[in-house]
Design a protein around this ligand. Sequence first.
Ligand code: IDP
Ligand code: MG
Length: 143
Amino acid sequence: MRNDRTLSILKPDCVRRGLTGEVLRKIEITGFKVCALQMIKLTRAHAEGFYEVHRDRPFFSDLIDFMTSGPCVPMVLEKKDAVESFRKLIGTTDPAEAAKGTIRRLYAENKGENIVHGSDSPENAQKEIAYFFGESGIPADAA
Ligand code: IDP
Ligand code: MG
């Protein structure tokens, strides 16, 4: 299992608030290479599939409303120990508890609208990358 790639999504609050470039810059200066990137407005079915593990949680319908509220930016990021390194960069789910300097602490407004997604394991990263980019969705020269 390779551990040099992770799947991130700049969530609709990030795009809506005009923070796409600023957050992407933070990601790049931390040493992540952007291998693939797209801007899409998720359908409910696409968002529900992505967050399937959370279907029975009380926040699920709010989460799907939020994730389908505007365009978002899924991307594939590459770096050594990408999953762990990226989770460290973004901070905990709740920005109020996130470490100083993390992306969620800097920009997120609350636990639901928290700017950015990062895969939580190499196994899930592989699945999530395939969910958005498929086998051939990553440009050959960046792979
Ligand atoms: P993570 O994004 O830090 O991995 P998860 O527990 O996987 O956090 O939850 C997925 C997403 O669901 C979070 O990023 C957040 O947008 C939303 N979420 C998680 N817990 C809550 C909550 O308690 N209230 C509202 N939204 C939540
Ligand atoms: Mg998660």
